[in-house]
Design a binder for this molecule. Structure first.
Ligand code: NAD
Length: 335
């Protein structure tokens, strides 16, 4: 199946998570059917839709992957045991075990005759030597080799990219791979240790305002350079990539580069406060500088993420503010 004339039956794995939840929300508008799978209990998924098939499965195991892929045309593989720097620097073995999910999902897709496979890779595949120093040179797709990715998480992502390539070559699977760069937005992890910098900084500012304690702790010296991609751009990029003929891994990230200090400035502006900063220099802080070179995506897809950071941060800050208030009053708010 899966011609552009016929609507595909799609599977989203990791659907209870941040990006997976947004992707289900988008695909249910256009797909013939959507199956959403996550290991988490359904009531803790970040977004829940009653008009799709929702399954709780552990996709590290082969049989549940077979169940998930049965009768499916297109697979969007986003399930992964991951988090921000604080998580991936301290859980390298766990991060590498996601190779089980990728391996079994690729096998199950081919076994059931699925025709297209999307894989969520990461900017963490890029060679660490290209990310030294605060002078950020945007990363081109070719900068992943010679391989020296982020230890643990990045190696697993690079290996799984490679597996997608060989499943395409050997079994005729159409595989599409996007290297996400720091995706942020509402309905993501904002506390608990797996959150990433934008959500962590928004939460710290919300807490400082709520507690009238006008101080903030920043991981590293705040001079690290980054680009942050708003969730709507991420979902649109995935969908454009799946409709394209682009078989190589591609950057899916914003090219708007800021330092962590700039990001804190922006969140403070949105909150209307100024906080006293302290820097935790021994905290996990990742590479010195990282941003997305969007030459290839512009050239091949005629499009690139364009949501200004200020716009995305305003939406994210207000969503986290609501979650924080709901939790403080004993509830769980996710709408
Ligand atoms: P997330 O943690 O919110 O979502 C991942 C989901 O996978 C979670 O809901 C988790 O429960 C699920 N999962 C974990 N192990 C599973 C298993 N064994 N079986 C079934 N489900 C399982 O993360 P996210 O931010 O939505 O990321 C989605 C994908 O994008 C991941 O592959 C991640 O590595 C990749 N990525 C994300 C970012 C980002 O900035 N968010 C950046 C680069 C790459």
């Amino acid at each position: 199946m899966n011609s552009r004339m016929t609507k595909p039956r799609v599977l989203v794995t990791g659907a209870g998570g941040f990006i997976g939840g947004h992707l289900v929300s988008s695909l249910r508008e256009t797909a013939a059917s959507v199956r959403a799978v996550d290991i988490k209990p359904f009531d803790s998924w970040y977004q829940r839709f009653d008009d799709v098939e929702n399954l709780e499965l552990d996709l590290r195991l082969r049989d549940p992957c077979m169940t998930a892929a049965r009768g499916i045309d297109e697979v969007y593989q986003l399930a992964c045991d991951m988090g921000g720097m604080g998580f991936i620097e301290n859980n390298k073995a766990l991060c590498m075990l996601s190779v089980l999910i990728n391996t079994h999902m690729l096998e199950a897709t081919v076994h059931h005759g699925g025709s297209k496979f999307f894989y969520a890779s990461s900017a963490c595949v890029y060679n660490a030597d290209k990310q030294r120093g605060y002078d950020v040179t945007p990363l081109r797709e070719s900068d992943a080799y010679p391989a020296m990715p982020e230890d643990g998480y990045g190696w697993e992502k690079l290996f799984s990219e490679r597996m997608c390539r060989h499943f395409a070559e050997d079994f005729g699977l159409t595989a599409r791979v996007a290297r996400f760069h720091n995706v942020y937005g509402p309905h993501g992890t904002w506390d608990g240790g797996r959150e990433k910098a934008p959500a962590a900084i928004c939460r710290k500012v919300v807490a400082a305002v709520a507690d009238a304690d006008h101080r903030i702790e920043i991981w590293g010296d705040g001079k690290q350079g980054r680009s942050f991609t708003y969730i709507d751009d991420c979902v649109e990029g995935i969908r454009r990539l799946m409709d394209s003929d682009l078989s190589e891994p591609i950057n899916l990230g914003s090219s708007e580069t800021v330092t962590i200090n700039d990001l804190v400035d922006l969140v403070e502006d949105v909150a209307g406060v100024r906080l006293e900063r302290s820097y935790k220099l021994d905290a996990p802080k990742g590479v010195d500088g990282r941003s997305s070179d969007n030459t290839m995506i512009l050239d091949r897809l005629g499009w690139a993420p364009a949501t200004p950071l200020r716009v995305g941060i305003e939406r994210t800050y207000h969503w986290i503010e609501e979650q924080f208030a709901a939790r403080a009053s004993g509830g769980r708010y996710v709408e």
